[in-house]
Design a protein around this ligand. Structure first.
Ligand code: 16G
Ligand code: MG
Length: 550
């Protein structure tokens, strides 16, 4: 016997039957579906988190209940590993297996197998910290999660309603508490002080910063944003908009980072509020994505997405490293995905090493760890900057030779504090952007002019089976269905500045098509043509074939 508390698990598990006919999958963003379907998953994740902690000798594991930018009725849950990173991928499969056990006996036997296969010592302690976003279904789901903790015996700390990045911060802070690598005080207050303290040092002596408008997506970012604004005071005047966290249906509706990025337009609620030239940004529903935007003097909307943030930040850090006299000793690199605008990639490769990896934060994060300083951003606004432990050591021991070097070194050290290195963090990234703009005296428009985005178009294709689509070369080429890639390339050649790729979504039952070209109408046409190829290839019903798929 493995020594699982079988009776306790059994009694509680029977209260959370798995819905019949639903298959759960721990995907790129954990489990995610309609909140009403997730009770059994949350209960089981409570137990899984306890086991993961036991496996790692009682280190604190995080559990975040959120569905990010998805519609309000959706919900989800993901686990955070001890260093504040995403769950190790081999455990994603364990999570999926446990979630799909059809009944309590099957669940118990899946648990027994997991304990055996991964050699978990059940006598170890289990510690977990958990939080949720503002979704109405969150309370009941957290209750189910807590019952999971109870069943396996977890010392659990409730971090309440907070952002995903704050939860990641707490995990790392709790696990490093009292060590020489202490990440910060293990509280939301500790997070706020760390970020605002570093920000104030970084902008000291700079011209006063003009007010920044934040679209909070009517989500949890509004709550954290309000606390952060208090800490920042006059150093960064903040105007919070879309902060209706208790209005039913408001979350992510016609607002937020995903809306702005996919619609490429202003949230309607800001139409009469945002003034030409004013800087604004949108968070998503759990505040881990950030998109900036502004209106020019003709009230034309301009978006500054994750690629623009990467360009701004990477160039700034490269310049600081050079100014500190550390050129050649600390190498800065950037990680992007195939969705990065071609113009951003061109801008970046002329300045520093750039790597392209498959979609999903974990791929970017791991690739960024290979640089001394790794800047990673997805075009959708998710990203951060990682300073390797060796680099942090170098910064700590380096002796600058001139006052200018000393100033640059100080800035680099403060950036290490300012940036949430556990995961992309909209609030931390926003402060980072504001620091760079303050140092460069850039308006949003000047930042925007670093390079001009190539016109692009993203199209979804509903296919019978997206699993037949397989990619290589960081999703830039299709290997299956056979022959389709050659047809795509043949089309792309006909478009000036054309680029296109096709990949199955990891979060929705669709295939995505991306296309770029020198002229907008051509980017649209190329995307629809490729979408048409994809549709026909999979034997879609000719009657239902969307007419725009040329
Ligand atoms: C998830 C990923 C995000 C990625 C998106 C792609 C995390 C935390 N989130 O939201 O990074 O851009 O999926 O969605 O990894 P797709 O596969 O449906 O295009
Ligand atoms: Mg999110």
């Amino acid at each position: 016997m493995s020594g699982l508390p079988v009776e306790a698990i059994q009694a509680l598990s029977d209260e959370y039957p798995k819905p019949v006919d639903v298959h759960f999958q721990y995907g790129t963003a954990g489990f995610r579906t309609l909140g009403a379907l997730l009770d059994s998953v949350l209960f089981r994740v409570g137990i899984l988190a306890g086991l993961r902690s036991k496996k790692l000798d009682g280190k604190v594991i995080g559990v975040m209940v959120t569905a990010s930018h998805n519609p309000e009725p959706d919900n989800g849950v993901k686990l955070v590993d001890p260093r504040g990173e995403m769950l190790e991928s081999s455990w994603e499969a364990h999570a999926t297996t446990l979630a799909n056990a059809p009944d309590t006996p099957a669940f118990l036997s899946a648990l027994e197998s997991l304990v055996k296969a991964t050699k978990i010592d059940l006598s170890k302690p289990a510690r977990v910290v958990y939080a949720r976003d503002t979704r109405p279904s969150g309370g009941a789901l957290v209750f189910a999660l807590e019952n999971g903790f109870k069943a396996i015996g977890v010392e659990a700390r409730n971090a309440g309603v907070t952002t995903t990045p704050i939860l990641h911060y707490l995990v790392k802070a709790m696990n490093t508490k009292g060590t020489k690598d202490e990440y910060g005080d293990d509280s939301e207050e500790g997070y706020m002080q760390k970020l605002s303290g570093a920000f104030k040092k970084l902008v000291a002596g700079k011209a006063p910063i003009t007010p920044l408008l934040i679209d909070c997506a009517n989500g949890v970012g509004a709550l954290a944003g309000a606390v952060l604004a208090e800490h920042l005071g006059e150093t960064l005047p903040i105007i919070l908009e879309n902060g209706a966290t208790t209005t039913p249906g408001a979350l992510n509706d016609q607002c937020g980072a995903d809306f702005v990025k996919t619609q490429q337009k202003l949230p309607p609620s800001l139409l009469s509020i945002l003034k030409p030239g004013q800087r604004a940004c949108s968070l998503d529903g759990d505040a881990d994505r950030l998109i900036y935007f502004y209106l020019d003097e003709r009230s034309q909307f301009h978006m500054l997405d994750g690629d623009k943030i990467a360009a701004l930040v990477a160039a700034f850090i490269v310049a600081l490293v050079k100014a500190a006299g550390l050129e050649g000793k600390i190498n800065v690199g950037v990680v992007q995905t195939a969705y990065a605008n071609g113009a951003s990639t061109k801008y970046l490769v002329e300045r520093l090493p750039v790597k392209c990896v498959p979609t999903g934060v974990k791929h970017l994060h791991h690739a960024a760890e290979h640089y001394d300083v790794g800047v990673y951003f997805e075009a959708n606004g998710h990203g951060t900057v990682l300073f390797s432990p060796e680099t942090q050591g170098k910064l700590a021991s380096y002796q600058p030779l001139t006052p200018a070097q000393s100033t640059a070194l100080g800035h680099l050290k403060n950036l290490v504090q300012l940036i949430n290195q556990t995961v992309g963090d909209a609030l931390s990234d926003m402060l980072l952007v504001e620091v760079v703009l303050a140092h460069k005296s850039y308006s949003a428009e000047e930042w925007d002019s670093l390079y001009s985005d190539k016109p692009n178009r993203l199209v979804k294709v509903v296919v019978r089976d997206r699993n037949i689509f397989k990619t290589e070369d960081a999703e830039r080429r299709l290997v299956s269905p056979p022959g389709l890639q050659a047809k795509i390339e043949e089309l792309v050649r006909r478009y000036n500045g054309g680029r296109s790729f096709v990949r199955p979504s990891g979060t929705e039952d669709v295939v995505r098509v991306y296309a770029e070209a020198t002229v907008k109408a051509q980017a649209d046409e190329l995307a629809f043509r490729v979408a048409g190829l994809v549709y026909d290839e999979t034997g879609g019903d000719p009657v239902k074939r969307p007419k725009e798929f040329l």
